[in-house]
Design a protein around this ligand. Structure first.
Ligand SMILES: NC(=O)c1ccc[n+]([C@@H]2O[C@H](COP(=O)([O-])OP(=O)(O)OC[C@H]3O[C@@H](n4cnc5c(N)ncnc54)[C@H](OP(=O)(O)O)[C@@H]3O)[C@@H](O)[C@H]2O)c1
Length: 302
């Protein structure tokens, strides 16, 4: 959280960040470089050769310049959470929020049953992880069907941290009562000019005309960025996320893969899309898998 707050208000150019057990050093080295537990290098810098040292790409991908010895858990946490702490430094170059899509899915690739039931595909560890990401991003985005089916709170309950702004996309006037009851964090509704949603003093309505029947994801991200939102978590459902992925507005895709089979259900991705050849499937610049409780998490960088 300290990194996130400081990164948002930073005016000088960054050379490196050095983190010791009790302090964060911005650009300046601690007296003893042996005290550095991990470091991020932007333009030069002097890392401790014994401990993890990394750089971050524009899509949030972490590259370890030096992995450090041991410290597997530290490396995992840096990979998973550091991009969101330092999002303002990344988005300055990209001009839109850093965006992650996170889903819990079954082994056969479904995010809900045919009837729309999805609680809970993920395990407890996944819940804590999802709330940690919520605490680190500026906004959480969902589609209208998820609002209608899940009545989500979209606040931070399983870790410490501030609730993100809650963003809902879609024209139908499904109730936002669960959002109003659960937090004072802002609620933003993206609608088209064909919307049936009523204006409400507790909700910010942003009207964007549809193109080919949809509100362009690129316009939604641009509008959020103009309001100071530097990082977003797209929590679903599949049609909302797929639209953002198709428009290249998602940087990181994360699937919690649970040991459950459903046979039929709502697919995780691009349910209106198919390719003829395997080589035309969506690929990732880089990816990794790691265990999370009794399941596996896949993180891929687009
Ligand atoms: N397993 C998980 O991790 C997870 C996470 C989230 C949700 N879910 C499940 O997923 C299911 C819902 O998924 P879904 O794919 O059916 O629906 P969805 O993505 O939640 O919502 C789709 C709706 O959102 C609106 N929308 C989204 N993007 C839009 C855009 N660019 N332009 C215009 N409108 C847009 C439209 O609403 P209007 O029709 O009102 O205009 C559209 O019909 C629920 O059953 C939920 O439980 C699972």
């Amino acid at each position: 959280m300290e990194l996130k707050h400081r990164a948002a208000s930073l005016s000088e150019d960054l050379e490196a960040i050095y983190v010791t057990s009790d302090r964060i050093f911005w650009n300046s080295l601690p007296v003893n470089i042996k005290d550095i537990e991990w470091s991020v290098i932007f333009n030069g810098g002097t890392p401790n050769p014994e401990t993890p040292c990394l750089k971050i790409e524009d899509n949030g991908m972490i590259e370890f310049l030096n992995p450090g010895s041991g410290c597997e858990n530290l490396r995992k946490n840096l990979r998973l959470y550091l991009p969101f702490c330092l999002a303002p430094l990344i988005t300055k170059k990209v001009g839109r929020p850093l965006a992650i899509s996170h889903f819990a899915q079954t082994l056969d690739g479904f995010t809900a049953t045919v009837s729309g039931h999805s609680k809970w595909i993920g395990n407890n560890e996944n819940l804590v992880h999802a709330h940690r990401i919520r605490a680190l991003v500026d906004a959480v985005i969902i589609g209208n069907n998820t609002l209608r089916d899940d009545h989500p709170k979209l606040n931070v309950r399983h870790v410490e941290g501030r609730d993100p702004a809650r963003v809902v996309i879609g024209d139908n006037n499904h109730s936002v009562q669960s959002l109003l009851d659960s937090s004072n964090a802002p609620i933003i509704r993206f609608v088209s000019n064909e919307s049936h949603c009523f204006e409400n003093e507790n909700i910010q309505h942003i009207i964007i005309p549809k193109e080919n029947g949809m509100i362009p994801g690129i316009s939604i991200m641009k509008s959020l960025y103009e309001q100071g939102i530097q990082s977003v978590l797209v929590e679903g459902g599949a049609s909302t996320t797929s639209r953002f992925i198709k428009e290249k507005q998602i940087d990181i895709v994360q699937y919690h893969i649970a040991p459950i089979l459903l046979g039929k259900g709502i697919p995780n991705f691009l349910n209106d899309h198919s390719v003829t050849y395997i080589e035309d499937g969506l690929r990732f610049h880089s990816f990794h898998f790691h265990p999370i409780g009794d399941a596996i998490m896949f993180t891929g960088y687009l």
